[in-house]
Design a protein around this ligand. Structure first.
Ligand code: NAD
Ligand code: GLY
Length: 377
């Protein structure tokens, strides 16, 4: 895969990134006023009722913009706020949505709009997959992480105390509305968390994009709109290609989980909501790079490169030593990629010294333990 050349400082025009999945195909619209543009809503399923699923934080900041557009299109526009936080990505929140839909006698044509970050998108998407065996939904991602990753590709889920995203469904949205202007209100810590998923796409699929991210990291941290537009677009293009080839993760799609096996263990060990998902993924990518080097797949210089770019994005690069190696390994066995108790890691394999390709494979226990010990502090 290649990356476009790009000059920072310009406002990127709204762009459309298609996800080709046959009858489940849809578009990601990326731009600065996507939310306010009536054209963004053209062609969405017709229905009497639209239901916005959000949380109090995002509703207060951006809810009115979405409602203003929906009210002209649907006879009834309802709204349900879930409590804000990863710890609420659970059955109780899911039931809040079902209760709301049933109390208001929502029919099977009702369109759900998930307005928020990855938590809202994942829970609302799962609710859409389940309610009356499936109602249409639209992703309106408001975090960088959601715009570059979670709103795209149809993975929906809630957490179980024993494992992250363990209860869920593949269910594609009808459209993704990625409005860059909503990122203006995002706390810095959340911006950094989103950058973890942006950084991810280079090592797994596009060496030139990793170069670009390194060169433009300061602009991204400063929320330069043109830089953000390119980062969201290129991330979505890469994700669209992977999901288009392997929608249900029978193989290739697992590369999108680079850093996640280690990261999910950190999140579960600390309790959901302590470290942000993106923070855990950032640290997890350094650990996966370390493991790749131990197995001779990449030069050790790549580990340092990953550590540097992750740290520059203001993300943690060492796991909490208090987790302990034994507990860490035990938690990784719950990973969805594990087969028969054997953990399968997404690792980077350098091709002629150049990164940009991921492989999925088990790793010797001793190497895994060495990585955990070396990457904890
Ligand atoms: P999040 O949804 O918790 O949002 C982060 C915080 O930012 C929340 O407090 C939220 O209220 C706030 N917020 C959201 N938009 C805002 C805005 N524009 N301005 C100010 N505040 C705003 O976290 P996230 O990082 O977006 O998503 C993480 C979740 O996504 C995890 O549960 C993870 O498992 C999931 N995820 C899913 C996929 C997938 O493919 N489905 C991929 C990656 C991550
Ligand atoms: N975020 C991983 C995936 O969508 O497959």
């Amino acid at each position: 895969m290649s990356t476009d050349s790009h000059a920072c400082g310009r406002i990127a025009p709204a762009v459309r990134v298609p996800i080709a999945l046959g009858e489940r195909s849809y578009d990601i619209l990326i731009g600065e006023r996507v939310l306010d543009d009536p054209a963004s809503y053209e062609g969405l399923p017709r229905a009497a009722t639209a239901v916005v699923v959000s949380n109090p934080t995002v509703s207060a900041l951006h809810g009115a913009r979405l409602h203003a557009q929906l009210e002209g299109r649907y006879a009834r526009v309802l709204h349900v706020d879930l409590p804000d936080g990863e710890q609420y990505k659970d059955w109780t929140s899911l039931n809040l949505i079902f209760d709301h839909l049933l109390v208001h006698a929502c029919d099977r044509k009702t369109v759900l709009f998930a307005l928020g970050g990855g938590v809202i998108g994942d829970v609302a998407g799962f609710a859409a997959a389940c309610y009356m065996r499936g109602v249409p939904f639209v992703q309106v991602p408001t975090t960088l992480l959601a715009q570059v990753d979670s709103s795209v590709g149809g993975k929906t889920a809630i957490n179980h105390p024993r494992g992250k995203n363990m209860i869920g469904a593949f269910y594609q949205p009808r459209r993704v509305l990625a409005d860059l202007s909503v990122l203006d209100t995002l706390p810095e810590r959340e911006l950094s968390a989103g950058l973890a998923e942006v950084i991810k796409y280079g090592p797994i699929a596009d060496a030139a994009f990793l170069d670009w991210v390194e060169a433009n990291l300061d602009a991204l941290l400063a929320r330069d709109k043109a830089a953000l537009a390119h980062a969201v677009r290129r991330s979505c293009e890469i994700k669209a290609a992977v999901v288009g080839a392997d929608e249900r993760e029978s193989g290739l799609r697992a590369i999108l989980n680079f850093g996640h096996t280690f990261g999910h263990a950190i999140e579960a060990a600390l309790g959901y909501g302590q470290w942000l998902h993106g923070e855990a993924v950032g640290c997890g990518m350094v650990m996966a790079a370390d493991l790749s080097a131990r197995l001779g797949l990449v030069p050790t210089a790549f580990v340092e490169r990953m550590r540097r770019v992750v740290a520059r994005a203001r993300l943690p690069v060492a796991a909490p030593a208090a987790i302990g190696v034994e507990r860490f390994v035990e938690l990784m066995r719950v990973d969805k990629k594990a087969e028969g108790g054997e953990i399968r890691f997404v690792l980077i394999e350098a091709d002629g010294g150049q990164v940009g390709r991921a492989v999925q494979r088990p790793a010797p226990d001793a190497a895994v333990r060495a990585t955990i010990a070396a990457c904890s502090a």
